[in-house]
Ligand binder design. Structure first.
Ligand code: PEP
Ligand code: MG
Length: 542
């Protein structure tokens, strides 16, 4: 049992502290792969009936709890679940040897194929597939979902949260603590974008139990047991001296909701639109028509200014179900990002052509870039595909150490680069960005990363290639000042941080930012680099 006042250290995400009650998220096992039954068909049929009845009860309970509009959705789903022809289709699957869970999933898929094209059915398809998953999970005794409370003020504690987990966060989630994960994990990215204070990579949080009151203090990189907001570490308070930041601050987005929210900030356009986030749940490949419709909506809603769209960055920690990937020993070093051009060139071309149509339909300025490029020849290959597909500025992300040494060879090939410091840290320090105990190597204040970034900005200037930074490091106001001092042309931040980063970049001039960068570049440790920056900033910009 942790004593009152105990301090658990980790890495903070965000600038505001919050206190709430601990809610430990229970882990669930993954669903088993499709399998045949042992021969007892009757037992399989009974188990299917039982699971359908169970999920159906769940839906009835949800319908009772939900408001009027949502109740209708649950009732409609309940009717589908009880549909006789669906049950018969599942029985036929059991007849042909599949165990009950697989049989029901297969039956739903057969229905999906038959009814594709029916707009009302298609709209509900994801929900219906989710039902099939719930039935299969019940059959295998697996509880799905995080079962988060809907009301109250909770700090949720778990190993780490996947994008699908974070999609289940309710309004009762006011703070997040992860035992594993680092500053570049998806938990950190999502918490930043939803403005939920978090402390990640907090190994001692393993000892936190349900019901304990904790303070999540991201600026202090710590959690305080039974602490409250008055114990929180204060963030540096920048005072804007002009209306314009020394370099533009754009926003990172991954959905229509993000785009709409980013437009309410002072962001100058979008510096990273992560298109793969639209497709993390898609088991079928989106048609060009569907892509055009969603890209157009997102582009139209985005804040004024250029919109930098990244082609699909699937693979490794972001699997996209409809893109078949080889099983790899080491997926972060495997076929991911632009390397998908070999097995899935057609989808990348489709995406660029859809973006061109969306660009025309929305009337917006679109830049496109490829993720995970390691060679100048890959950059040239992407540039050729992109320029053929549409009227875009064309660029690449700098996420691998090798491409840093190729910047001189990018002259005349690409118009811009954007540094993804999340992956660049992962590859520069050979440390998995999701590794539970390597968070400190992924700290953006690491002197080696700062030197690499300084080099990138300098090399880009030398060959007149526009350079930006869109990794999580650009969401830290103090770090954004250092990036401006290095000579980057823009930064792109998580939408919740745009205001804070803009204020920091409006609190001093370029020469002062350069001075801070020069001082920081002398540091020998990450802690020293951060302290030098903060000390200089409080003098110059506070
Ligand atoms: C990055 O790697 O810094 C980046 C912005 O891309 P993602 O986090 O989506 O991999
Ligand atoms: Mg990346």
């Amino acid at each position: 049992m942790l004593a009152s006042g105990a301090i658990l250290t980790g890495l903070g995400v965000g600038l505001n502290a919050v206190s709430g009650e601990v809610f430990r998220v229970k882990e669930h096992k993954p669903l088993p792969i499709p399998a045949k039954h042992q021969g007892d068909q009757q037992a399989e049929v009974e188990s299917l009936r039982g699971a359908i009845a169970h999920v159906s009860d769940d839906l009835k309970r949800l319908a009772e709890k939900a408001g009027e509009t949502s109740a209708e959705i649950f009732e409609a789903l309940e009717m589908i679940l009880q549909d006789e022809s669906l049950f018969d289709a599942a029985l036929a699957e059991i007849d042909s040897g599949w165990e009950a869970g697989t049989a029901f999933v297969n039956a739903v898929e057969t229905f999906a194929e038959l009814l594709s094209g029916d707009p009302t059915f298609e709209e509900r398809l994801a929900d219906i597939r989710d039902l099939a998953k719930r039935v299969a999970a019940h059959i295998h005794g697996i509880s799905l979902g995080l079962n988060l409370p809907e009301e109250g003020r909770y700090v949720i504690v778990g190993q780490d949260f996947s994008p699908a987990d974070t999609a289940q966060f309710t309004k009762a989630v006011i703070g997040v603590i992860t035992i594993q994960g680092g500053p570049t994990s998806h938990t950190a990215i999502i918490c930043r974008s939803k403005a939920i204070p978090a402390v990640v990579s907090c190994a001692t949080a393993e000892q936190l139990v349900d019901g304990v009151q904790v303070l999540v203090d991201p600026v202090g990189d710590r959690v305080v047991v039974e602490g409250n907001e008055s114990d929180a570490t204060a963030a540096i308070s920048f005072v804007a001296k002009s209306n314009d930041p020394i370099i533009p601050v754009r926003a990172n987005i991954g959905s229509l909701e993000d785009s709409i929210a980013a437009a309410t900030t002072a962001a100058e356009g979008v510096g990273l639109f992560r298109t793969e986030l639209l497709y993390l749940q898609s088991t079928t490949r989106p048609s060009k028509e569907k892509q055009i419709a969603s890209y157009t909506e997102i582009l139209k809603a985005a804040p004024e200014g250029p919109i930098v769209v990244r082609t699909i960055d699937a693979g490794s920690d972001k699997p996209v179900p409809f893109l078949e990937m080889p099983k790899e020993e080491n997926p972060a070093l495997g076929v991911r990002g632009f390397r998908l051009v070999v097995p899935h060139r057609e989808f990348i071309v489709d995406q660029l052509q859809s973006l061109e149509q969306a660009r025309k339909d929305s009337g917006r300025e679109v830049w496109v870039m490829a993720p995970m490029v390691a060679l100048a020849s890959e950059a040239a290959q992407f540039a050729e595909i992109a320029r053929k597909a549409g009227n875009f500025k064309v660029g690449i992300m700098v996420e691998t150490p090798s491409i840093i040494y190729e910047i001189p060879n990018l002259k005349g090939v690409v118009d811009f680069i954007s540094v993804g410091t999340n992956d660049l840290s992962q590859y520069l320090f050979a440390s998995d960005r999701l590794h539970p105990s390597l968070g400190s190597l992924l700290n953006p204040w690491q002197p080696a990363l700062i030197r690499a970034l300084g080099e990138i900005a300098k090399e880009c200037r030398a060959v007149s290639i526009y350079s930006g930074v869109c990794g999580e490091s650009a969401s830290d106001p103090a770090f954004a000042v250092v990036l401006a001092g290095m000579g980057f042309d823009s930064v792109s931040s998580s939408r919740s941080q745009v205001g804070a980063v803009r204020t920091a970049l409006s609190s001093l001039d370029k020469a002062q930012a350069q001075e801070i960068y020069k001082a920081v570049a002398q540091a020998k440790t990450a802690d020293e680099a951060k302290s030098i920056a903060l000390a200089k900033l409080s003098l110059l910009a506070g």
